[in-house]
Ligand binder design. Structure first.
Ligand code: MIC
Ligand code: SF4
Length: 642
């Protein structure tokens, strides 16, 4: 039987397990990346492991999320990351050099290699044929130390593209179309391979938009073949030697095949508050728009920016719209400046933000009260923009510019004509903002600089055999990590200070949760399906752990979050019958008995002491996961020398 692209890379990197979907496998990791919001914790964890140098082929630490620096906290954390990475052999991408995924694609990603990153949009690298996955910071720390990365062997899905995109219809619309078809849960447990005639006309930045947004499907990752398009991109980046051809075998077998005809695709838009809430742009025609933001790791490439500049050239934006533009990297920004496109953007009245995540993670540029914000980003979760009652819509750069010019949601096709841009054959190569680590011979003399914002790592507890606790919180379906541990300008600076962060846990759902959980001492959370979707932030597990949450029981979990819960020593359980969710209320007292026996059998009976209900829970863990839970988390497990 032939292999898919992902199966070929997995086979080459397999450390343990067999490639049967649903079983646990572990992979050798060639490259890692971190960003600053998750990186501080990841490097603190790496230090705890006591290793001198990273064992990967390339590890890079990016500073791109926490760049507002409205106090000492971020600057201190940046200094910590710069010094700790220098000591341990990791490259450091300075603030201003760009968004991790954009820069990694441009400068470091390689087809056929494995990459894990402490950011859920690491699958962007799939645009050049990498097996690139998001992971919790601790898993990235372990991989930096040479440890394997454990995942459940995914199923294989294929999306076949036929036809050709019409003017003003874009890769972003392809991403929104697949979200419309599959939903935010539709990719869970799967790797999505993109192929068919239609991919020939998609450039690497367009492919990367699609693999980036595959994260919103809950997929393990997404991947394109490595072909002539990939080769041309790597050549333009002066890295032709990194090219290898990679495609699936003609007789590769897929668990699901989806066909999309690009000829028929229209401009699409995801409505508040979920990326799969997709309708056509024309159906919302005339909706007044207050704000437009262009950028993020989804749509900040040179190609995106040149199109935006071409559409804005010679025009002035609507007086009722505030437009922000964040080019994805220093390379993109410099090339825009050199060709004059930046001047066209500035002249239009846009506000130029630095090459960083910015508004995407609520780091400035929050919309006005009840404002309508059109964004070229990948997530529109409630409250993520920093304005609780804002309505955030996700669109392509073309649809974003159309709204910025007219002041209302506008199908860009009605602007007429088509956008002509000239992509350069080679990009401006300047890696001066990537600082190489200190040579191994002098690493001992590098001092690691720690600011007062870094607080000790919270202590986790081993799981016990019998346990009674109260339900501190009951929530519904599709709870995101932005609900569990919100980000934004006011909270994000405290990512290395768990006690401070804990005050904001579940703030979007119930501001009284942190106090209640603390008062209970130990507690349980009940959730619906796809619990923990969204980001890779391990803080969404570490903070509940700090607040005493010992068990989370849901209808189903998102992939990275469930790994983070186990790594933090919190036991994730699911209802055998989803309807039993209704038999538990917030405030109920629950007893779990003979947990260790249940782990062996894969099932456990929960007794609701408040209403007498007995409920069967699925308690399926691999041997390694059982040991981690019994040790009180991955760090404790690693320290025990396992
Ligand atoms: C996000 O887009 O939600 C983030 C911020 O990049 C997160 C990482 C984080 O929370 O620091 C992600 O996607 O993993
Ligand atoms: Fe940054 Fe937004 Fe991309 Fe997350 S999704 S890495 S916050 S640009």
């Amino acid at each position: 039987m032939g292999l898919t692209i992902a199966q070929k890379i997995i086979k080459e990197h397999l450390v343990s397990g067999d490639m049967t979907p649903g079983s646990e496998i572990s992979l050798k990791i060639d490259q890692t990346l971190t960003q600053d919001a998750t990186g501080t914790m990841a490097y603190l964890e790496f230090e705890t492991m006591g290793l001198k140098r990273v064992k990967t082929e390339k590890s890079v630490a990016y500073i791109d999320h926490n760049t507002l620096q409205s106090g000492f906290e971020n600057a201190d954390d940046h200094r910590y990351i710069q010094s700790v990475t220098s000591k341990h052999g990791i490259y450091f991408s300075r603030p201003g050099n760009g968004i991790c995924h954009q820069v990694h694609l441009e400068r470091f990603g390689k087809p056929g290699k494995t990459l894990i990153g402490s950011d859920s949009h690491t699958p962007t690298g799939g645009g050049i044929g990498m097996l690139a996955m998001g992971a919790g910071g601790l898993d990235v720390a372990v991989a930096m130390g040479g440890g394997a990365y454990f995942i459940t062997m995914p199923k294989m899905y294929k999306v076949n593209l036929t036809g050709k995109l019409n003017p003003y219809v874009t890769a972003k619309d392809i991403s929104l179309e697949i979200l419309r078809i599959l939903s935010v849960k539709g990719g869970v447990g799967a790797i999505i391979e993109w192929g068919g005639e239609g991919i020939k006309n998609l450039t690497v930045p367009e492919r990367a938009t699609i693999t980036n947004m595959g994260t919103e499907l809950g997929a393990t990752t997404s991947i394109f073949p490595s072909d002539d398009v990939t080769k041309a991109f790597l050549k333009a980046e002066g890295r032709e030697e990194d090219y290898i051809p990679l495609c699936s075998d003609p007789d590769a077998v897929y668990d699901k095949v989806i066909d999309i005809n690009l000829d028929e695709l229209k401009p699409l838009i995801a409505c508040p508050h979920s990326p799969d809430n997709v309708v056509t742009v024309e159906s919302l025609k005339g909706t007044k728009v207050d704000q437009v933001c262009i950028g993020s790791c989804t749509n900040s490439s040179l190609m995106d920016m040149l199109k935006v500049a071409a559409m804005l050239k010679g025009k002035v934006i609507s007086p009722s719209v505030s437009l922000s533009i964040s080019p994805g990297s220093k390379q993109v920004l410099r090339m825009l400046a050199d060709c004059g496109a930046l001047s066209d953007i500035i002249a239009s009245g846009a506000r130029i933000l630095e090459s960083a995540c910015g508004p995407c993670i609520g780091m400035g540029f929050s919309p006005n009260s009840a404002g309508v914000s059109l964004r070229t980003f990948n997530r529109n979760f409630e409250g993520r923009s920093g304005t609780a009652d804002a309505g955030v819509y996700l669109v392509s750069p073309e649809t974003a510019v159309a709204a910025a010019l007219t002041g209302e949601i506008t199908d860009p096709r009605t602007l007429g004509g088509s956008i002509e841009i000239n992509m350069p054959e080679s990009f401006k190569i300047d890696d001066s903002a990537v600082i190489a680590p200190a040579p191994e011979s002098c690493a001992d003399s590098v001092e690691v600089l720690r600011g007062p914002n870094i607080k000790p790592f919270p202590e986790s507890k081993p799981q016990v055999d019998n346990f009674t606790a109260e339900v501190a919180l009951k929530v519904g379906d599709n709870i995101t990590t932005d609900h569990i541990m919100p980000a934004g300008a006011k909270i994000l600076p405290y990512r290395s200070n768990i006690p401070h962060l804990s005050q904001f846990c579940f703030g979007v759902c119930d501001k009284t949760f942190p106090e209640r959980a603390k008062a209970l001492g130990e507690s349980i959370i009940i959730g619906g399906s796809n619990y923990g979707q969204g980001s890779s932030r391990e803080h969404a597990a570490l903070v509940p752990m700090y607040l005493g949450v010992r068990v989370v029981i849901t209808k189903s979990f998102a992939r990275i979050h469930v790994a983070n819960l186990i790594n933090s020593g919190i036991m994730p359980l699911t209802f055998k019958n989803a309807d039993d969710y209704d038999k538990i209320n917030q405030g109920d007292k629950l007893t779990l008995s003979n947990v260790f026996d249940g782990m062996e059998k894969g099932a456990i009976i929960l007794k609701n002491e408040t209403n007498g209900a007995e409920i069967e829970l699925v308690c399926e863990f691999t041997d390694r996961q059982k040991k981690i839970l019994k040790s009180g988390g991955l760090l404790a497990f690693t320290k025990l020398g396992e």
